[in-house]
Design a protein around this ligand. Structure first.
Ligand SMILES: Cc1cc2nc3c(=O)[nH]c(=O)nc-3n(C[C@H](O)[C@H](O)[C@H](O)COP(=O)(O)OP(=O)(O)OC[C@H]3O[C@@H](n4cnc5c(N)ncnc54)[C@H](O)[C@@H]3O)c2cc1C
Length: 484
């Protein structure tokens, strides 16, 4: 039931009830404050309905099937291909059929107020909401307004794109049918994952990327994912610009690439990045103007406080995709916990000024230990700095890398191929980062995250013995290669 919120005052007003907004509101309520969430679409946001959950639900059956197909003894029992209808049905289950009742119940049970509508700032600590039911609401914040509005797909400058109907990641993750042919524009995480998901569901997929595939990861790791996509029949057109897109008489779409090449398909998925969703939020009413070029971005401190906040009081915060630091649900929720706790502490006078590094009010891991997983098959899992990033940041960094060839990997599946890398700060002899690529490596990542966050000395890591025979034994091989 929607609470009556017109002209009401809350300690904290949170605009956006995605995973991140929900977590901020939860933390401030746990800290003894009142909070209201303003949501224009579904409570739970992008991750629950159009991003993490449906994309992983689409990928998992293909990974499970491939796992069986590459395990002698099991593979003989596998006689059929994926049941696309059953996969889509399972995906529907994981998105609760795009109904947010259970998330709304959680909000209510947690003691958070909810206003359904589009919200924007009209002045310091004041938010107006155009309710979805036509009502207007004025919300005043005693302590803080938090922007948790997520991100928006960035439209690439492709001639003809505005005149045709293409898929964004929303349409792809909520598709009710599998197209015969699909062209994916973009070689980032979402492009790679969805290309493989649809290839395994039966589409003939071409992925076009202006630069390489998964260019933010070490080349050896991205190459394994590229090989996995090619093995599934995905045609990779890398380092290739898309010049034009046009609709044919039969309804298909033709993408024109450089050099006269074309790709024709029933659907085109445009997945070429996202930017913080800050437009229409009334930021100009508090003196924050869009930058000269590109999209509006905000700079936030370690507690999520917007640096440009007008006045002497800390009251305007941005978290999650809206803050534009790390566009992951887990990292946004981490920011939310720190920010929610900082707001509650400041309200009680327990926190003055900026929080210290690694305190519960600071998002320190954002600088040192952001984990990310690409849920393709093989998977790619990475945390902290790559060697290149470490050196760019001024560290005296070295690295060790190895193919993953341990008893655990050979038992896992036939012809297991993987790659692992540790990046070490030679001055302090601690881990700065780690990358793993290979089937089912995602679960290896948290050990690395703990080692990076804990700044565990390499000599102490030597005593972290991996169980035999697990894929984690690659840690031992890497430490041996490092010289321990
Ligand atoms: C295809 C895809 C797959 C992904 N997979 C993963 C994954 O596996 N793991 C992972 O960690 N991350 C993944 N991500 C990223 C992840 O989805 C985002 O980082 C996460 O959703 C950000 O959460 P958020 O709460 O900041 O924003 P959102 O989830 O976008 O929530 C913002 C909410 O604010 C609302 N809103 C916006 N403006 C207003 C307004 N003015 N008034 C009221 N409401 C408003 C929106 O309706 C929305 O519900 C994926 C992204 C994509 C696109």
């Amino acid at each position: 039931m929607m609470p009556e919120a017109a002209g009401r005052e809350f300690d904290v007003v949170v605009i956006g009830a995605g995973a991140v907004g929900e977590n901020v509101a939860d933390r401030v309520v746990q800290g003894g404050l009142t909070a209201v969430l303003v949501e224009a679409e579904l409570v739970g946001g992008e991750c629950s309905y159009w991003a993490c959950m449906p994309s992983k639900a689409l990928l998992r059956p293909g990974t499970a099937l491939h796992g069986a197909q590459t395990t002698p003894g099991a593979k003989e029992a596998v006689t059929r291909t994926l049941d696309a209808a059953a996969v889509l049905e399972r995906r529907n289950y994981f998105t609760s059929n795009w109904q947010d009742d259970s998330q709304v119940s959680w909000v209510e049970d947690t003691g958070i107020a909810l206003v359904r509508g589009h919200g924007w700032l009209t002045g310091p600590k004041t938010v107006e909401v155009a309710g979805l039911d036509g009502t207007q609401h004025l919300l005043r914040a005693r302590h803080a307004v938090v922007l948790a509005t997520g991100s928006t797909p960035t439209t690439p400058p492709i001639e003809g794109l505005e005149d045709v109907q293409v898929w964004g990641t929303r349409e792809a993750t909520s598709a009710s049918e599998v197209p015969e042919r699909l062209t994916v524009l973009g070689g980032g995480v979402a492009g790679a994952e969805l290309a493989q998901a649809f290839a395994r569901l039966g589409s003939s997929v071409t992925l076009v990327a202006r630069s390489g595939l998964l260019g933010n990861f070490p080349e050896e790791a991205s190459a394994l994912v590229a090989a996995g996509l090619r093995a599934d029949g995905v045609e990779l057109r890398l380092h290739t610009a898309t010049e034009r897109i046009s609709r044919n008489d039969d309804g298909t779409l033709t993408v024109s690439l450089g050099g006269g090449a074309t790709v024709t398909s029933e659907n085109v998925l445009v997945s070429t990045g996202r930017h913080p969703a800050l437009e229409g939020l009334g930021l100009e009413s508090v003196g924050i103007e869009p930058g000269e070029s590109g999209h509006l971005t905000l700079s936030t401190d370690a507690s999520g406080l917007v640096r440009e906040t007008p006045g002497d009081e800390p009251w305007l915060y941005a978290v999650g995709d809206a803050a534009g630091k790390n566009l992951f649900t887990h990292q946004g929720k981490y920011e939310a916990r720190a920010t929610g706790d900082a707001i509650a502490a400041r309200a009680k006078g327990d926190l003055k000024g900026s929080p210290s590094d690694w305190s519960r009010y600071a998002q320190t891991a954002n600088q040192h230990a952001v984990p990310s997983v690409v849920f393709t098959d093989p998977e790619l899992a990475s945390v902290g700095r790559t060697l290149q990033a470490a050196r760019k940041d001024g560290y005296n960094a070295s690295s060790v890398e190895l193919p993953i060839q341990v008893a655990g990997s050979s038992l896992h599946s036939e012809n297991y191929e993987g790659w692992a890398q540790l990046v070490v700060d030679e001055d302090r002899k601690v881990l700065l980062g780690a990358t793993f690529a290979g089937p089912d490596v995602a679960e290896l990542l948290h050990a690395a995250t703990i080692a990076v966050v804990g700044e565990v000395p390499m000599e102490r890591l030597w005593h972290a013995v991996p169980s035999y025979p697990t894929i984690s034994e690659v840690w031992l091989r890497l430490l041996e290669k490092y010289g321990l």
